[in-house]
Design a protein around this ligand. Structure first.
Ligand code: HEM
Length: 438
């Protein structure tokens, strides 16, 4: 239980020392300082092997804590971590009080876990031996690992699919929060789509992300049940200029032309909800998820030229076709041998803001969910996009992709949309307070 993971050295501490006691040992107030985001390096630096995993662009190490409190929820423009555990839940009670209590309890546990502490105040091993512990224990000895927890509210929280207003929230549903339309070629499985609530857990250690989701689900027993969940093992986007662009399962750099944390006013325009939407959601964002199966075998038997013309960029450097380097501008007028270098059916041509007329912040992860029983990998991209309005964000881009050459190689198998409230401001605040206490 205290073993470091392969790519993640553990902070030096004695086996069996609870995360709560570790922080106590580092001195009173350390957790608060971590929460403020100024001393996250304490845990990351203090490893036997020196700096843990190298510094991030921000100066933070992959083991450090990401501040929980802020204007916006963490996990949106936070530099994308390496691992994902995403869970969608249904609320199983009609009691508004129980829903409020859950969101308050979740916030307290999330505040603690993102700072590298146990989910509960007592911890995994220090409580009454005749009672279930208030933390499940599998993160004992692990540092915060950049954990972010981002919560979202689905359309069915406001009005159920059969039209019931269980929590008196129907009038507070923001107009853009409606189920996504269907798109040509969709193969959506309702059993792994939708949900009243979601939690996106991202971390640089999968055990830390899974521990967080497991404990939030445990805390929610009797109020929520898991509808579906998804693990992701490698980020497919950069959300900060300081990050190197990762590759997706088709072998291409993904995230080159993404919106980034440093984009300031562009984020206000395309990602953060403004004053033209519901009051309680200002400073929040809409989250769209699509589980996209990637047809690995046909892709792998297509030529390099076909692959590059499908994406519109080179596979090696990630440069737009007709250009030399990854971040060279995309120029649709460039010709090579008399032909436009970037085909009009390529993914980049159709997704680019000049043609799609909008921009979204992509934050997806690769997945491999075993094989499909027919000898093929059940693998793909768990696509995540944040935007100010799903209608003028994901839906608009996806509609523009109807002629995308990439469609031959991908199948969308699940779909969901959530409204993510603004950040938790301080220790007295909780997820969804502006929605549920008004
Ligand atoms: C498995 C499915 C997908 C794969 C493999 C994929 C792959 C890629 C790659 C390799 C790039 C070029 C590098 C970059 O700028 O990030 C790219 C760009 C982009 N993709 Fe996708 N993508 C997929 C699905 C989607 C979907 C569903 C959407 C939105 C509806 C989308 C929106 C975009 C956008 C907006 C860009 C940037 C275009 C630009 O500004 O040049 N992608 N994608």
């Amino acid at each position: 239980m205290t073993e470091p993971t392969a790519d993640q050295p553990a902070a030096p501490q004695r086996p069996g020392l609870s995360r709560r006691r570790l922080f106590g040992a580092l001195g009173a107030g350390t957790a608060g300082v971590l929460a403020a985001g100024t001393a996250g390096g304490v845990v990351g630096r203090a490893t036997a092997d020196g700096p843990a995993g190298g510094a991030h662009a921000s100066g933070a190490a992959p083991t450090d804590a990401v501040p929980f409190h802020g204007e916006h929820q963490a996990g949106i423009v936070t530099p994308a971590q390496d691992r994902l555990h995403f869970v969608a839940l249904d609320v199983t009670t009609d009691s508004r009080e129980d829903l409020v209590a859950l969101l308050q309890d979740w916030t307290a546990a999330a505040r603690r876990m993102t700072a590298g502490q146990d989910a509960g105040e007592v911890g995994a091993v220090d409580g009454d031996r005749y009672a279930p512990p208030d933390d499940t224990g599998e993160a004992i000895g692990l540092p915060p690992s950049g954990l972010t927890l981002t919560v979202g509210f689905g359309p069915t929280l406001f009005t159920t699919a059969d039209g019931r207003d269980r929590f008196g929230l129907a009038v507070r549903r923001p107009a853009p929060l409606v189920e996504l339309p269907s798109f040509p070629g969709d193969q959506i499985d309702p059993a792994i789509s939708g949900g009243d609530l979601c939690i996106q857990a991202c971390a640089n250690d999968p055990q830390v992300a899974v521990h967080a989701v497991r404990n939030l689900v445990r805390i929610g027993a009797g109020v929520v049940s898991v509808r579906w969940s998804q693990l992701g093992f490698g980020r497919t986007s950069s959300t900060s200029n300081g990050q190197a662009t990762p590759r997706n399962l088709f072998g291409f750099k993904d995230g080159t032309a993404n919106l980034k944390a440093e984009n300031g006013s562009t984020l206000d325009r395309f990602v953060w909800v403004g004053d033209d939407d519901a009051d309680w959601l200002r400073g929040g964002s809409y989250l769209v998820t699509r589980r996209i199966r990637m047809l690995i075998e046909p892709w792998d038997s297509s030529s390099l030229d076909e692959q590059q013309r499908t994406i519109g960029r080179t596979k090696g450097t990630g440069a737009p076709l007709g250009q030399r380097a990854e971040f060279d501008p995309v120029d649709f007028t460039t010709r090579v041998d008399g032909e436009f270098a970037i085909p009009e059916t390529s993914h980049v041509f159709l997704a680019h803001p000049t043609n799609a007329g909008t921009a979204i912040l992509r934050r997806g992860y690769s997945f491999v969910d075993g094989s499909d029983g027919l000898g093929r990998l059940d693998a793909g991209l768990f696509f995540i996009a944040f935007q100010r309005d799903p209608g003028t964000g994901f839906v608009q881009v996806q509609r523009n992709l109807r002629r995308d050459a990439l469609n031959e190689y991908v199948r969308h198998t699940s779909s969901a949309v959530f409204a993510c409230p603004p950040g938790v401001r301080d220790p007295a605040d909780w997820w969804g307070r502006a929605l549920l206490s008004g």
